[in-house]
Design a protein around this ligand. Structure first.
Ligand code: PBG
Length: 324
């Protein structure tokens, strides 16, 4: 054939493919979500095979190993005993609570590790919702935002580097920024869950924390998965309210949202490869149907290619090991 243009020339050798590769996946792009509990044992999580509910001691060890492999940041999710769950979720800002203890232990052991905390009431709420629920079953936006500010301050006092509101209440980013600044925490960043969809992919996570809503669903605050323009609206608001970084969640069914936001914001974008996405790969790998390592690297590279700067993934430590 008389073909002056042959794209295959750029794929001819491994060296040329390296030269022309457009997207990089390294451990430096990963954030490792870790589950913790108040007990002294490290417990395997039934709903999420391969994940552990760590004691604070176990957490420090696991985070240290990941950090040594090049993972720069962890995000903490606490499993809270039912005994201390209340309808006002006040355990969320207990200065002696599990999360502040974990933050202090991590910062003491690994000063260069970036510690991110989740800001939302669901692990502490007897109703299992991210917001405070009225007697009539309504999620109270403005009352919840007041509680979230107390929770974020509690994390900042303990030494959190980044607070990450995952609750989807309106106006929480501006309120958190004002509360943090007023208390002198001008350097604590806000990673906002900007486009968090009401998703069945969170099921295993709620099993891990025993945090499923006691009644109703999360559709009055988390977004309808049929909507994309609405994500841009949330992104404009979060940017104006002072978010430092924004997040899209889940990741793989929402690559178009990541790409859209990449074009509409100059803020860094995180994508959360959530529990259900993790388990789909784990299950297929366990049956011998898919090659876990290859599938994970392709999936995470695809999320980066769509426009994510960073990825929250339960595979973080494993990936860092593979990339060494
Ligand atoms: C709740 C929260 C959820 C996740 C992170 N924070 C669950 C939910 O919104 O119900 C899900 C993470 C995952 O599935 O891996 N604030």
């Amino acid at each position: 054939m008389n073909l002056p243009i042959r794209p295959r020339r750029n794929r001819r050798t491994a060296a040329i493919r390296d030269l022309v590769r457009e997207t990089e996946l390294t451990a430096a792009h990963l954030i490792y979500p870790l589950f913790i509990h108040a007990g002294t044992e490290d417990q395997p999580i039934e709903s999420m095979p391969g994940c552990t509910r760590w004691s604070v001691e176990g957490l420090v060890r696991e985070a240290g190993e990941a950090h040594k492999l090049g993972v720069p940041a962890v995000v903490l999710f606490p499993a809270i005993s039912n005994r201390v769950k209340t309808r006002d979720a006040r355990e969320a800002w207990n200065a002696k609570g599990l999360v502040p203890r974990a933050i202090k232990a991590l910062k003491a052991a690994h000063p260069t590790l970036t510690v991110i905390t989740d800001v939302a009431l669901d692990p502490y709420n007897a109703d299992g919702h991210d917001g405070i629920v009225s007697d009539e079953g309504i999620i109270l936006n403005d009352e919840t935002v007041v509680a979230l500010c107390k929770q974020a301050l509690c994390h900042a006092y303990a030494g959190a580097d980044i607070v990450s509101p995952s609750d989807m209440m309106d106006g929480r980013v501006a309120a958190l920024r004002a509360a943090l600044d007023k208390e002198g925490y001008k350097d604590v960043s806000i990673l906002s869950y900007t486009a968090k969809y009401a998703s069945a992919f969170y099921g295993p996570f709620r099993g891990a924390l025993d945090s499923a809503p006691k009644s109703g669903d999360k559709k009055t605050y988390q977004m309808d998965y049929a909507n994309a323009r609405e994500a841009e609206r949330e992104a404009m608001l979060d940017e104006a309210e002072g978010a430092d970084m924004m997040m899209v969640k889940p990741a793989t069914p929402y690559l178009d949202i990541i790409q859209r936001l990449r074009h509409t914001t100059t803020l860094p974008i995180a994508a959360y490869h959530v529990s259900g996405e993790y388990l789909m790969i784990k299950a297929a790998a366990k049956s011998g149907w898919l090659d876990e390592k290859k599938i994970v690297l392709e999936t995470l590279t695809g999320i980066r290619r769509a426009g994510a700067d960073m990825i929250l993934t339960y595979f973080a430590k494993e990936v860092a090991k593979w990339l060494k």
